[in-house]
Design a protein. Structure first.
Length: 147
């Protein structure tokens, strides 16, 4: 009975991992034999997830602004860019929520890789997300004109 349970569990995990990798798409950026393990993880895992989840990240950030910093919309572009960076770097609860959105789309093997070097990979993940949101700052300005 227990053996059957573990067999079914393994099938479910393989199905989940297959689904997740097909949903996210393939590597974004270059990966070669000389690439570091962090760089490979970044381009094979983090970039596709960040791209897939982009619209969600934008909405999550809009919600964060509306709950915590309504005057954001009156900031200059430079101040908005600084706010994006500071918020993700300093608001630990918010940063952890963003990490959860990414980690939830890891395969089991990717999660095993991630936990071996989570500190370095978290820095990469957050820096990439900051740059992604900063490059879309106009989406946040669009809210101001609609209100």
């Amino acid at each position: 009975m227990l053996q059957r349970f573990f067999y079914n569990f393994k099938i479910k995990m393989e199905t989940r991992d297959t689904f997740i990798t097909s949903l996210r798409g393939t590597t974004i950026g270059s990966v070669s034999e000389s690439s570091s393990s962090d760089e490979k993880f970044q381009n094979q895992t983090l970039r596709p997830i960040l791209k897939l989840q982009n619209d969600l990240f934008v909405e999550v950030f809009k919600n964060h602004i509306s709950k915590h910093k309504n005057d954001f919309y009156h900031y200059s572009v430079a101040k908005k860019l600084q706010f994006i960076e500071n918020t993700i770097q300093k608001d630990i609860k918010f940063r952890n929520a963003l990490k959860g959105i990414v980690i939830g789309l890891f395969t089991i093997d990717e999660y095993a890789t991630y936990i071996l070097n989570s500190s370095s990979l978290n820095k990469r993940m957050m820096n990439m997300l900051i740059e992604r949101l900063k490059s879309q700052v106009l989406l946040f300005e669009a809210i101001d004109t609609a209100s």
